[in-house]
Design a protein around this ligand. Structure first.
Ligand code: KIV
Length: 272
């Protein structure tokens, strides 16, 4: 297995902007615990996202809405203990930043102080502009997130491709410009047409990281458990599976069960 070239000793928000200006693509993956984060960081991933997708893949919820700030802090602090190089971005969970900018700042401060994360990510455009500004004014780097924003799933009704209609595409472009102007260091674009994502990436100087947003953006992000094939019921077109860990783990665990039952395990060398 090839290990990615690690040109940068420690990835910072400034590194990402430099990477965009040099045309170097940014790799980003999620992680939610120490062991996985150690592997992801060691393999050379530039940005680790402690995503609120932890609500789905770690806790088994149907949506990202139930995860709490305390739970995100727990996941993020486990990740932080593992990393030597990657920039760690932590999602502000649903309900911790939408009601007012002061609450948004309090939530972001808790993430930074209690987990040691390096930046926060918030979903939305102009509706949350004041919250983003307040967090940025406190010196906390912010990553935006537009397109399919899973915290608004009950408003959308489905997880289908967003911004296919001109009106929504126009709003997304305006929101991206607003996020850049406000001072965000990067933006995630989720599940939108590739042509639109490319146009957005070309129109702003901060990096655009896509998930289901095509090849015209500045970097890619996937959910770790999906790309490793640990989950197997989620099959969107944009997902490339690099392993089939669901099958490999099931087979290994099945073998263990059988070895215990047949008394093959432990053998003489495996005991004291
Ligand atoms: O929570 C998450 O994993 C995310 C990615 C899908 C970008 O926000």
């Amino acid at each position: 297995m090839s290990i990615a070239k690690k040109e940068y000793k420690r990835v910072t928000v400034k590194t990402l902007v430099d990477m965009k200006s040099k045309g170097e693509k940014i790799s980003m993956l999620t992680a939610y615990d120490y062991t996985m984060a150690k592997i992801v960081d060691g393999a050379g991933v530039d940005v680790i996202l402690v995503g609120d997708s932890a609500s789905n893949v770690m806790a088994g919820h149907e949506t990202t809405l139930p995860i709490t700030l305390d739970q995100m802090i727990y996941h993020a602090s486990s990740v932080i203990r593992a990393i030597d190089r990657a920039l760690v971005v932590v999602d502000l969970p649903f309900g911790t930043y939408q009601s007012d900018p002061k609450e948004a700042l309090r939530s972001a401060i808790r993430i930074m102080k209690e987990s040691g994360g390096h930046a926060v990510k918030l979903e939305g455009g102009k509706e949350i502009k004041e919250s983003i500004k307040r967090i940025l004014n406190a010196g906390i780097p912010v990553m935006g997130h537009l397109g399919l924003t899973p915290q608004s799933i009950y408003k959308f009704g489905t997880y289908t491709v967003r911004a296919k209609e001109e009106q929504e595409a126009q709003k997304l472009k305006e929101d991206a410009l607003m996020l850049e102007k406000a001072g965000c260091f990067a933006i995630v674009l989720e599940k939108i047409p590739a042509k639109l994502a490319r146009a957005v990436a070309e129109s702003i100087s901060i990096p655009v990281i896509g998930i289901g947003a095509g090849d015209g953006v500045d970097g890619q992000v996937l959910v770790l458990h999906d790309m490793l094939g640990m989950t197997h019921e989620f099959n969107p077109r944009f997902l490339r599976r690099y392993m089939n860990l669901y099958e490999e783990m099931t087979s290994a665990i099945g073998q263990y069960v059988s070895d215990v039952k047949s008394q093959d395990f432990p053998n003489e060398k495996e005991q004291y």
